[in-house]
Write a protein that binds this ligand. Structure first.
Ligand code: ATP
Ligand code: MG
Length: 609
């Protein structure tokens, strides 16, 4: 999901739901500090700098007062009490401010960016090592928004919100004390008004936040329409449903507008109320103060400083509502990030371990009364009872009607999922006793629908064996009957494919996947309809390549076209998750009324016609 990185416009709000600012949630989010820990020196330095910055900001009105009151002073004790002396001090303070502001941004950017990078790396690592089931229950968009929106929200807090809060608190504390020092009477008057205003503002803004959340939810809904219709654009066009989609989107957007206008009205009301109240209070204070000045209880400079401090203080009070909402969002984001990091990954090894000798497979595979259902759909038993034994180097064909569970068996062999009953054995060893990475290193899958990565064809093939040489890559492509069509592209092996590149046909993609598998040179090969998208001529060629590839290794071939598996050592006929028949082509044809025989007759007839 594309979204602009941490900016404070609506897009973050649309995607980062909030959490309650409860004690428990706050404690939970302290977990985040373990990410700040490596950069703690800079972080603490940053906090110190912020304190200095607040202090120097607060000193400014005080100097202003000195400057204004110095006009009426008769005798100066030293240079720094003269008007020019005070002006020099103020300029010096400004220079200090400059330096401090730079340091603040610099330090917090460093901490924030590093924290976020560490967090993103950890999250990505966790995501990519999660078992397959994790992905079937989540949408990719949702996962990638964990990495983008949620983490950006956290970044905003680490880099800005925390420092703003600290600054706000300091401004409030220092400002309040100075206000009292300047004039207790005025301060008490001010304090009897401002807190009431703050309470009203809090209630008001809570309501506004609720309203704008509705708008954001609605906006998110309409974004889903855009995403889904663009992802399935060929469907939309094939069914001439452009008009339908436009209407659907327009309606959704109109709802957004309605809600947004309503919450806009409320915001407008809020802002005008606040403006009136804040300036009303100032007018009242100044009016009262003029009375005091007439009695000689207050100097002009003091009044000016008082007003400026009051603005500072009420400004920081008002800011707390925003901090509050930011903190809530960050808590929500932290929770979701933490949830992800709490998930248990697959025990894959992410280091580039060599293949350990004790796990080298010879290639015999046994499925022993295996049963399985997808965790995401536990009510449907997909594999009920499947036993298949493949001796080293044998070619096992799996055939059967669509939905029988053939691809599921491929997934079980790759240990994408574990059987819920029965055993999966490699070389008579339970599959679970072989480290998952060591096992998968020795298996290769040419899947039913090949997805290429964004990158060159070369990169896509070498994915099968990252340390292969250029010659090896090309040799694999030649064997997969892919070399010729690749050479046909102007950029040859450097042709960029994938979402942003050249679109390859289904058959071309399959051949690249086959080249990838050839390059991997696995002990056990799994072909799931590997030649289904090829025309008869290329199929014959690729089949030839596959036959070569299958020599000297155990292979599982899932096929609809029975002609391609006639020579298999064993054909397993699967239906509704149960092995119906098993044997050689010849044996299976001898079963009167058998499933294989009838499938075979059907296909033979249709190919004759
Ligand atoms: N990830 C999944 N989550 C839940 N159910 C699934 C999943 N993948 C497949 N299924 C279900 O499992 C059953 C078997 O699917 P499978 O893909 O193994 O069939 P298949 O024999 O390969 O069919 P085809 O010949 O059409 O490829 C189907 O009913 C399917 O709906
Ligand atoms: Mg399938």
């Amino acid at each position: 999901m594309a979204r602009p990185n941490h900016n404070s416009n609506g897009s973050i709000e649309a995607e980062v739901p909030k959490a309650k600012l409860s004690k428990k949630n706050l404690r939970e989010s302290l977990w985040l500090f373990q990410y700040i820990k490596p950069y703690r020196v800079k972080f603490v330095l940053g906090l110190i700098v912020i304190s200095l910055s607040s202090a120097s900001t607060m000193a400014f009105p005080y100097l202003l007062k000195q400057l204004l009151d110095s006009i009426t002073t008769k005798s100066y004790t030293n240079y720094f009490t003269t008007p020019s002396g005070i002006a020099v001090l103020m300029v010096a303070l400004l220079i200090v401010q400059m330096f401090i502001s730079f340091m603040r941004v610099y330090l917090f950017t460093q901490v924030g960016e590093n924290v976020v990078a560490d967090l993103r790396k950890d999250m990505y690592k966790r995501m990519i090592t999660m078992p397959m089931d994790f992905f079937s229950q989540r949408r990719v968009g949702e996962l990638s928004s964990r990495l983008s929106a949620d983490v950006s929200q956290i970044q905003d807090t680490v880099t800005t919100t925390l420092s703003e809060i600290l600054r706000g608190v300091l401004t409030l504390l220092i400002g309040m004390s100075l206000i009292f020092v300047l004039s207790t009477k005025l301060a008490i008057l001010m304090l009897s008004l401002v807190p009431i205003l703050v309470v009203i503002a809090l209630v008001f803004s809570k309501y506004i936040r609720k309203m704008s959340k509705n708008t954001q939810d609605q906006l998110a809904d309409s974004n889903i329409i855009v995403q889904e219709s663009l992802q399935g654009i060929s469907n939309v066009k094939a069914f001439s449903n452009e008009g339908f989609e436009i209407k659907r989107y327009s309606k959704s957007i109109s709802d957004v507008v309605k809600l947004a206008i309503k919450s806009g009205q409320l915001r407008g009301l809020f802002i005008s109320f606040m403006l009136f109240s804040v300036f009303g209070i100032i007018v009242l204070l100044v009016w009262y103060a003029t009375g005091m000045m007439q009695q000689g209880l207050l100097t002009f400079g003091k009044l000016t400083a008082f007003v400026v401090y009051t603005v500072f203080v009420s400004g920081s009070m008002a800011g707390f509502a925003e901090f509050f909402s930011q903190l809530q969002k960050t808590l929500g984001a932290t929770q979701r990030v933490r949830e992800l990091l709490k998930e248990t990954p697959e025990p894959v090894s992410i280091n580039d371990d060599p293949l350990f000798d004790q796990y080298k497979l010879s290639g015999s595979v046994t499925l022993d009364h295996v049963a399985f259902r997808y965790p995401s759909r536990p009510e449907i038993p997909v594999i009920k009872d499947v036993s298949i034994h493949a001796k080293q180097g044998e070619q096992i064909a799996i055939v059967g009607p669509s939905g029988a569970g053939k691809s599921t068996i491929a997934s079980i062999l790759l240990r994408f999922y574990d059987p819920e009953a029965g055993r999966l054995l490699f070389d008579n060893k339970d599959a679970r006793d072989i480290p998952i990475t060591q096992l998968r290193k020795q298996l290769a899958l040419v899947p039913q629908d090949v997805l290429l990565f964004g990158g060159s064809i070369y990169e896509n093939i070498i994915y099968g064996k990252p340390d292969a040489t250029k010659e090896e890559v090309e040799a694999a492509a030649v064997k997969a009957n892919a070399h010729n069509f690749i050479k046909g592209f102007p950029e040859g092996y450097d042709t960029v494919v994938g979402e942003r590149g050249v679109k390859l046909s289904g058959g071309q993609r399959q051949r690249i996947a086959i080249a990838r598998a050839i390059l991997k040179d696995p002990v056990i090969l799994i072909l799931d309809e590997a030649t289904s998208s090829l025309d008869s001529e290329s199929e014959a060629l690729v089949q030839d390549a596959l036959n070569n590839l299958m020599k000297n290794r155990t292979s599982f071939v899932i096929a609809h076209r029975l002609s391609t598996i006639r020579n298999a050592d064993k054909i397993v006929v699967l239906e509704h998750g149960v092995v119906k028949e098993a044997g050689t082509h010849k044996q299976l044809l001898e079963i009167e009324g058998g499933l294989y025989k009838s499938l075979s007759t059907l296909q033979f007839e249709s190919s004759v016609n």
